[in-house]
Design a protein around this ligand. Structure first.
Ligand SMILES: Cc1cc2nc3c(=O)[nH]c(=O)nc-3n(C[C@H](O)[C@H](O)[C@H](O)COP(=O)(O)OP(=O)(O)OC[C@H]3O[C@@H](n4cnc5c(N)ncnc54)[C@H](O)[C@@H]3O)c2cc1C
Length: 339
């Protein structure tokens, strides 16, 4: 009979961070990942400077930027900082690095194992049954543990992107209310390629299919040749409804920790992985990272509500944002808010 102290479903950033901490504290940890390659996930791989505080080595970063172009229609401004403000990473490289950190501490990671059923103290996988004392669902936006717990998910961003083999100089975000609603389109350059994408929450104004068509149209206008590229999509769950359920925990996208405003999720996944691991180690642990994420999410909800009031108000807000970035005091305030 396979019996483990802690089983983690999913080897994304949240599961691997939790595994590293638990194993470092001499816990018996097993991570199960259904994919053959860790990190092979649809994602633009943008890391804000908060995420970079996790000592992610420069050697795995694709590009580092200390300025970002922000455009509204044909107006553009640059957010500028003295040090790296945002970087890009190939998620497979990030996965490899995080998996090696977890393994170094003694965690066991098994790939090609799909968890397909959850009971109170055991799971069934396509390779057999495993008993656990604690179970962590770090299994992303379509989490099987979240479904088992009966949690609803209504706040979902359908995010999609093209990866083109093209070198692009600047990292960029574009606002265009007619095309992308309250969301933005991004251009995230890597060394020899670039991710171009956007996201849509179909509950508001524009449906995901319309946004996809608008992205294609916009790419063509901007001179990005998407004819040979395939559009890759994945949901981002930002509907937080709890993370601790007796001996079962949710982290990252499974818990809905991602940002509904920007789609950023890697940093929040790591932060929540840290807290859930510490909570298992010490029942009295104060989940300060999770409290911080929830505070950010409450603030973002307020912004989202103002963006959703009407198209004309959103246009005014984005127009104002791009104009205000030209003032260095506002630029500093904006980048400070990210910290
Ligand atoms: C198009 C797109 C662009 C994005 N761009 C960015 C960005 O630039 N920056 C950013 O910070 N965030 C971005 N995100 C969000 C980011 O990808 C997620 O927030 C982040 O990956 C969440 O990490 P996680 O560990 O919670 O889950 P995931 O990274 O989704 O990892 C979950 C893992 O669980 C595995 N799994 C799932 N079910 C099972 C099962 N039943 N059995 C075994 N294994 C299972 C999956 O294979 C996966 O490896 C983007 C998302 C999308 C869709």
């Amino acid at each position: 009979m396979d019996k483990r102290e802690i089983v983690i479903i999913g080897a994304g950033p949240s599961g691997l961070k939790a595994a590293e901490i638990l194993a470092n504290n001499k816990k018996d940890v097993l991570v199960l990942e259904r994919r053959p390659i860790i990190g092979d996930k649809v994602c633009a791989g943008g890391l804000t400077r908060n995420a970079l505080k996790f000592n992610i080595p420069d050697s795995i970063l694709q590009r580092k930027f200390n300025k970002m172009r922000v455009s509204y229609k044909n107006k553009k401004s640059y957010i500028k900082t003295d040090s790296t403000f945002i970087a890009t990473v190939d998620r497979k490289d990030l996965g490899k690095w995080m998996a090696s950190n977890a393994k170094k501490q003694g965690a066991e990671i098994k790939t090609n194992v799909n968890v397909n059923n959850i009971r109170n103290n055991f799971i069934r996988t396509d390779k057999g049954k495993i008993y656990f004392k604690y179970l962590i669902g770090a299994d992303g936006s379509n989490s099987i543990l979240r479904k088992h717990l009966g949690l609803k998910t209504t706040k979902i961003l359908e995010a999609f992107h093209y990866v083109l083999n093209k070198q692009v100089k600047d990292i960029q975000i574009y606002f265009d209310v007619e095309r992308f609603g309250p969301a933005y389109a991004w251009v995230f350059p890597y060394k020899n390629s670039v991710s171009i994408g956007t996201g849509a929450d179909s509950r508001y104004r524009l449906k995901a299919n319309d946004v996809k068509k608008n992205l294609d149209e916009w790419c063509t206008e901007m001179g990005y040749d998407i004819k040979k590229a395939s559009l890759k999509a994945c949901p981002i769950n930002y509907d937080y409804r709890g993370h601790e359920f007796g001996n079962k925990f949710l982290t990252g996208d499974a818990a809905g920790f991602s940002s509904g405003l920007t789609g950023e999720g890697i940093y929040f996944a790591m932060l929540s992985g840290i807290d859930v691991a510490n909570k298992i180690l010490d029942k009295k642990y104060d989940c300060k990272n999770i409290k911080h994420i929830l505070k950010v999410k409450r603030f973002e909800e307020r912004i989202l509500r103002t963006l959703e009031i009407s198209k004309s108000i959103t246009k005014i807000e984005y127009n104002l944002l791009v104009n205000m970035i030209k003032f260095s005091w506002f630029d500093k305030k904006l980048t400070g808010m990210i910290d």
